[in-house]
Design a protein around this ligand. Structure first.
Ligand SMILES: Cc1cc2nc3c(=O)[nH]c(=O)nc-3n(C[C@H](O)[C@H](O)[C@H](O)COP(=O)(O)O)c2cc1C
Length: 183
């Protein structure tokens, strides 16, 4: 949508969710990969993640991960996270305040694993050692059991920033209602 400058808060919010829906379908979408920040005790932590799916009515984004990963542990101890996305074509940054929930079993997880397990991406969840384990050399083998987990990120607030030659704009969409703020 480059060039079309939206004026109304309601249309901006609608466009943000439409782009998030596009991002989970289109592997080339700039919002397909974002930075998820979490709290690790008293320290910050952050890493890239892929947006795999969206439940737009529930304002929830789905991320796949290894159940033994640091982010999974952090999400269970401190479910507040921040997902940061940037699209150069749109000129839009999103800072999504999210509530994280780790799912390691149940129909949601097993049906997604059934789809994924025959694909090369399954290797990401089959390592015999947890992510971050110290290794003498890269792992040659894979284990037989999956540690696949779905990390759901319910969006509690959207901080939208548009960079534009005619002036930057910023708006917040949260429980207090949509409003313009200074960039
Ligand atoms: C482009 C890119 C996409 C990534 N997507 C994911 C992902 O969807 N899920 C995931 O668990 N790790 C993903 N990773 C790896 C994480 O960034 C991170 O290195 C790893 O999960 C360990 O993070 P943690 O120790 O904080 O849990 C991705 C890395 C890159 C570079």
């Amino acid at each position: 949508m480059p060039g079309a400058r939206l004026e109304q808060l309601a249309e901006i919010e609608t466009a943000v969710w439409a782009e998030l829906c596009a991002a989970v379908r289109d592997k080339g979408h700039p919002w397909r990969v974002g930075v998820l920040a979490t709290v690790d005790g008293e320290r910050a932590d952050a890493r890239n993640v892929v947006l795999r799916d969206i439940e737009a009515a529930a304002r929830t984004l789905l991320i796949y991960t290894d159940a033994r990963s640091a982010k999974a542990r952090q999400a269970e101890h401190h479910p507040q996270g921040m997902l940061v996305l940037w699209s150069d074509p749109l000129g839009w940054q999103l800072r999504l305040r999210v509530h994280l929930m780790l799912q390691t079993s149940g129909l949601e997880v097993s049906s997604r694993w059934a789809q994924l397990k025959m694909s090369p991406a399954a290797h990401d969840y089959l390592s015999p050692l947890p992510p971050g384990s110290t290794l003498a050399r890269p792992l040659p083998q894979r284990g037989s059991r999956g540690y696949f987990a779905v990390l759901s990120a319910e969006v509690w607030s959207v901080d939208w920033l548009e960079l534009h030659a005619d002036g930057h704009r910023r708006a917040i969409f949260d429980a207090k209602g949509p409003r313009w703020v200074t960039p």
